[in-house]
Design a binder for this molecule. Structure first.
Ligand code: 5GP
Ligand code: MG
Length: 174
């Protein structure tokens, strides 16, 4: 077995993440009303911990669902081709939808996923990402961003390297 890389410097502590998640949830809670029938859609697997923390801080009633997107290829580089492995079953038409992403890197995942969701005619479609590397301008930019992240490979709080490190309560560079 090849030796496992070890997480290095802590980039965002559990406390920093928790504070920022509360702020994001407050912003989201005041940006919508009950009539919007808010649907929070988590992009698996990376967003699962962020989702769980975020939705518990959102004071507005809402529904939760997940989608699974996959780009071909493994490793640290995302390849261009995005597949939807699991499509949300929840109705999107006429509702306010927020896609929750762990980290935006090249933006390829969102570019692949958003048009497919938009085709289902939500009243609004926005992105909330915990981390944004801001490597390239995106159209549209995520409406809610937790942190502008350094261009390092980050793990923890849902983010993995070859499925390791998702459970860490903080975010570290590898
Ligand atoms: P994009 O499609 O924007 O290039 O990449 C988005 C996806 O690539 C993220 O949802 C995540 O799964 C993965 N990714 C991008 N950057 C990182 C990173 O620094 N660490 C980890 N663990 N995954 C990343
Ligand atoms: Mg991901």
């Amino acid at each position: 077995m090849t030796p496992q890389p070890k997480p290095g410097k802590v980039v965002y502590s559990a406390e920093q993440i928790s504070t920022r998640v509360q702020e994001l949830a407050a912003d989201i809670s005041s940006a919508y009303s009950e009539d919007d029938r808010l649907l929070i859609l988590g992009l698996l697997k990376g967003s699962f911990i962020f989702m769980a923390d975020l939705v518990r801080e959102i004071t507005l009633p809402h529904h939760v669902d997940f989608l699974v997107a996959s780009s071909y290829g493994a490793g640290k580089q995302s390849s261009g081709d995005v597949r939807l492995l699991h499509d949300p079953e929840s109705p999107l038409a006429g509702r306010a939808v927020i896609v929750v992403e762990d980290i935006v890197d090249s933006g390829t995942t969102l570019e692949g996923v958003l048009p497919r969701l938009r085709a289902r005619e939500p009243a609004s479609l926005d992105v909330c990402t915990l981390l944004h590397k801001r490597l390239t301008p995106l159209d549209p930019e995520p409406r809610w961003v937790g942190f502008d992240a350094p261009n390092d490979f980050l793990v923890g709080y849902g983010l993995d390297h070859a499925e390791d490190f998702r459970h860490l309560p903080y975010i570290a560079s590898l």
